[in-house]
Design a protein around this ligand. Sequence first.
Ligand SMILES: [Zn+2]
Ligand SMILES: [Zn+2]
Length: 329
Amino acid sequence: MACMGNFQPLSTLRSFSYMDRYNGDIRFDNIYISTYFCQIDERRRKLGRRTLLPLRKAEKKTVIFPYGPTIQASEMRNVVRELMGTLPVLLLLLVLCGLDWALYSTFDTIRHHSFLQYSFHSSHRLEVKVGGDSMLARLLRKTVGALNTSSETMVESNNMPCLPQPVCLNARAYLRTGLPVGLLVCLCLLQAFGYRLRRVIAAFYFPKREKKRVLFLYNELLRKRAAFTKLRRAAIIRQARQQRAPRHHLTDILHHRCPLLRPWLRRRCVVCQAPETPESYVCLTPDCEAVYCRSCWDDMRQRCPVCTPREELSSSACSDSNDDATYAE
Ligand SMILES: [Zn+2]
Ligand SMILES: [Zn+2]
């Protein structure tokens, strides 16, 4: 009860602090691709503006899809931290169970191999027969006859009471000890969904704030994607050169002739490193042949940064930045 008493103010405090930061810091816990986010994207698509969905592979790692049934990359860190917290309990349980089993088997071996049984059997019989009918004979019979004894001793003994009597833990006991720890691990995994719920509850009470936050996230992602494309140009050119250099004619011939070997010889998108698919775009410039996956090709505004001259690119980048300025409202 005392524990519950301590728990209650703590959880209240934490929920108030979450609410405070939710309203005060627009970047705090603002990583959810909510329904409103999708609505903004849909609206922009209809207006013919740049859209974000579907997100690129690198972007997916930084956000959370609240309806996704699995634990996502950005939640993984929290989950791992929680699981690390349960690790000492889990280890202790394992050590205790192992120790119990080791002690049981040691004592059981001792009991089996130290069991001793004594069986002692002795008997003796002394009988003096004095024959005759004389007085002396009668006297002797009376005196010596008293010495006639017979005894039979039978002693059976074993050391059973001195041996250890170990009792093995049954399956029920193992279940009873393992169940709470299993429950703890399950709760750690479910915690990720609990964290998603915090945002839902806060959004329910502060719908205006939620809209502002989603808009901010959308614009931030738009900005990041535009910057990513521009900043990555040098890296893309390097990647394309790298990909072209070690490719021998033999590899190309094999790639064209042997469909079976293709999965191993597949070229990769110079931007995101995704393997080449039939939808991939291959630059038509004879010496370039850089590969782009469909979404990266759209991000590059359908201009190959590898073979397009720098001036032409920078002029197009200028027009891009004008377009990028039209953020979601
Ligand atoms: Zn790509
Ligand atoms: Zn090209």
